[in-house]
Design a protein around this ligand. Sequence first.
Ligand code: ATP
Ligand code: MN
Length: 429
Amino acid sequence: MDLKRTHYIGDLAPSLKGQKVTVGGWVEDLRELGKLTFLTLRDVTGVAQIVVVGEEALRQVKGLNRQSVVRVTGTVQETKARDFPFEVKSENVEILSRAVHPLPIDPIGRLESNIDNRLNARALDLRNQRTASIFKIRHHVLQSIRKTLIDLGFLEVNTPKIIGSASEGGANLFSLKYFDRQAYLAQSPQLYKEQLTLGLERVFEISSFYRAEKSHTVRHLTEFTSVDVEADFADYTDVMDILEAVIANVFDHVEKNCVPEQKALGIEVKRPKTPFARITYKQAVEDLGKEGIMLTQGDDLQDAHLRKLGELHPGFYFLIDWPMKLKPFYIHEKEEDPETSKSFDLQYGYLELSSGGRRLHDPAKIRSRLVEQGLNPDQFEDHLRAFDWGMPPHSGWGLGLDRLMAVLTGIDNVREVVLYPRDPERLSP
Ligand code: ATP
Ligand code: MN
């Protein structure tokens, strides 16, 4: 059976007038008007009007449910329709797959469906042009990130997601049965990416990671996509510059390459001004004090505090130089101020998009930091061994792709920008 098409619908144009074409897709609308039936046919690239004529073809499409899949051969011709620059006249419609009626959601979006119903019928939801646009943009974002990092000399790597020991302490880890042993799902590639700088110098990974947190927020999922970077011969400000370039290029690329998608979503993406403001943790605590939020230097910033900072700084900004005691064991101190770390979060308003910093590369220092944080250095011996083999100084960051997508599309809930999101309640589809 021949399933080939001569054209994607998006490639049809009035200039093809008189030409015979074969297109295929799903029926978005169908209007039967006696001797004619108008089909609105969509594929992933566009939408066209098909005029069905001829007894046999009309009998075929009579009563056909919307969203059914057809293949149409016909001739491109001028149209009187206001919404289309041309139409395809056809006596030959093959019905390849019939959709049921009623469908669980209306993918045209005439009837609003709530997010749970849409996620339960996600494949069908992707025939909604708003939803499809989100994932077309996501593809472009990934493409842009890869290009920026590869151009900067980074090598893309894949680290294990099934791990044998709790890499960063043990909280928030999903455990699983690994034959007759205990294993965990990786919450980050942190330790691996650091080790990889030893031989590959500059690495990045784009992958799913897992956090067993019962968070019911619009920014937390139990499975999320992280963009991770680690670079040797780089201090934390160097990898902040890289993060800034990655973000600015993403916005630039989407602005230029996702015009119809921005239109479908009603958004206008613009490259943000760089460099992003760099605000120290100390300064942030002082600024909060002026707003009536009294914190002691060294306190962690809670959601309400970040909300207030977000009001003061609505766009992108770095929160830098956090107290050592608020940061994980692998973070490097500032040489001139050992209570303070060479660390940063990239914020968009209240929302944390990324965390990073300079890492310790002296194994003795790492061991004493582990003890300070109540962790057992013996459990990290596999990792710490690598630090005796000539570990270069290095810095890096992890960027939440789903949160970046939410910011880029102006959508609050990360569930909207993930195909099949996982949260404490949702485990399928
Ligand atoms: P938060 O404090 O917002 O829970 P975190 O500080 O625990 O985040 P990191 O360990 O710093 O997160 O991870 C790096 C980045 O990965 C975060 O800045 C965020 O963008 C993303 N991220 C982390 N956890 C999640 C999650 N559960 N769901 C979605 N994205 C996440
Ligand atoms: Mn963080």
